[in-house]
Design a protein around this ligand. Structure first.
Ligand code: PMP
Length: 381
């Protein structure tokens, strides 16, 4: 049999067949009468997913470009605080350094959960801060931060709030308007169940009003916002991806965002219960909020890079290694988007085999039962 492939990473993620089929449709012209209604619907569905009435700007790029758009439009000459607890917090710091902000990082050890009290204290110590940068799901560690509480701390200090929601949008709750978020960056290839290639930045009216003449031509918010208001993309968008995204967003909204969030909580519970039943130690927190990616420590004496490469060689499965200093120490199973519990049990069953082969003392079969039980018996209240 030709190799069957499984994608268990926190992005890109598996794409439903209906969405893949949409990609095979004839290419549309972005100023054609057939594309405009699709574009309009897609932008409206994106607003629903963000729970906002603000504009969601679309760029043909990966999620990092949406993050960079925030810096390119707001950062120059500003005083910023970045809450940083992993690889993607550090990415905010690196992007802001390019775009001329004065940056103060509130740093945590990788794997720690940022606390709103710490942010409030740091902001009070500093006196004036224009911008606060948060990461909702720190994909490198599995931690999902309490963006609502962090944002409240930033707002009461009078700062605009930007959130990296690249791996969390559409997987865990995010209320742009109710939480008062000013810029939310994301991408197509995670919980939105679409291939990589589209980036989104939802921008509040206050953020748009605060935008300075952008240092980037392509990522200039006002240019894109004006064009989108006429359903006239400023540049040629990846039209086929927009067609596909429309199908994916319709699926997501038909399932219902609350049901989708509930499913992700249960997937996270199943994955953690399975890993623990196998005798493994979690790196990511053992809590419901951690519903995007489960980070697991490799047993002592085993390099997680060997786990990842064996899974790929033997079973055609892709899981994620640790990033930065965690490379070789942890492996990460993503469960966002087009996932059900049998994806989790398949992943765990393969991990058991590979770990046993590498010499770990693993009880075979325990993980699958524990994962199924956790998924079925613990409906979200
Ligand atoms: N932020 C987070 C939290 C992510 O998970 C990722 C992708 N792994 C990015 C930013 C970067 O997105 P992209 O690779 O699409 O540029």
């Amino acid at each position: 049999m030709p190799e069957k492939r499984y994608l268990f990473t926190p992005g890109p993620t598996p794409v439903p067949p209906q969405v893949l089929a949409a990609l095979a449709e004839p290419v549309l012209h972005h100023r054609g009468s057939d594309f405009r209604p699709l574009y309009e619907r897609c932008l409206a569905q994106l607003q629903e997913v963000h729970r906002t009435r603000a504009d969601v700007l679309m760029f043909t790029a990966s999620g990092t470009a949406a993050m960079e758009s925030v810096a390119a439009n707001l950062a120059e000459g500003s005083r910023a605080v970045v809450v940083s607890a992993g690889s993607f917090g550090e990415r905010w710091e690196a992007i802001l350094a390019v775009h001329g902000a004065e940056v103060d990082a509130l740093r945590y050890e990788w794997g720690e959960t940022p606390r709103a009290e710490d942010l409030a204290a740091r902001l009070a110590e500093r006196g004036g801060t224009d911008l606060v940068f948060l990461t909702q799901s720190e994909t490198s560690t599995g931690v999902v931060a309490d963006v609502q509480a962090l944002s409240a701390a930033a707002k009461s200090a009078g700062a605009l709030v930007a959130v990296d929601a690249v791996s969390s949008l559409g997987a865990v709750p995010l209320e742009m308007d109710v939480w008062g978020l000013d810029a939310v960056a994301s991408g197509s290839q995670k919980a939105l169940m679409t291939p990589p290639g589209l980036a989104f930045c939802a921008v509040s009216e206050q953020a748009l009003a605060a935008a300075k003449p952008s240092r980037s031509f392509y990522l200039d918010w006002k240019r894109t916002q004006k064009a989108q208001a006429q359903l006239d993309a400023p540049f040629t968008p990846a039209t086929s991806l927009v067609v596909a995204l429309n199908v994916a967003l319709t699926m997501l909204l038909d399932e219902g965002l609350e049901a989708v969030f509930d499913r992700h909580v249960r997937l996270g519970r199943a994955c953690r219960a399975g890993a623990k039943a196998m005798g493994l130690e979690l790196f990511s927190p053992d809590e419901d909020r951690s519903a995007v990616v489960t980070a697991i420590r490799a047993p002592s004496g085993i390099d997680s890079s060997d786990v990842i490469s064996s899974l790929r060689k033997r079973f055609g499965m892709t899981m994620a290694n640790g990033q930065g200093h965690l490379k070789g120490k942890i492996f990460r199973i993503g469960h966002i988007g087009w996932f059900d519990v049998f994806d989790i049990t398949t992943a765990l069953a393969a991990v058991e085999i590979v770990l046993a082969d590498l010499g770990a003392d693993i009880e075979r079969g325990a993980a699958v039962s524990a994962a199924l039980d956790a998924f079925e018996s613990t409906r979200v209240a």
